[in-house]
Design a protein around this ligand. Sequence first.
Ligand SMILES: [Zn+2]
Length: 107
Amino acid sequence: MCVLRHCDNPRCIRPDHRFLGTRADNVHDMIIKGRARYCRGEENGHHKLTEQDVQTIRQLLPWMEITLIGELFKVAPSAICSIKMNKTWKHLDPPTDSNEARYTVNN
Ligand SMILES: [Zn+2]
């Protein structure tokens, strides 16, 4: 159990501002109060690819197998597939130049 605060002031000791909750309640409270911060791309401490890698991968996708690109960048094929499907790294600028043809053809 955690002690949560209605006022979100970590120094507050007023008993009427406190309530008990689980860690899940704490995360939910953070989200509904707009305090959640989502780390995407290189901001995420677990990232294996850089923005430059992703741009290069997008350029390679029309020409190389997903598995080979994954081996080249030492990530799972599913990570490459997620880039291709625009599920991850979608905050980066959309593909340009040589990739435009691919996106036009596929869409
Ligand atoms: Zn308070």
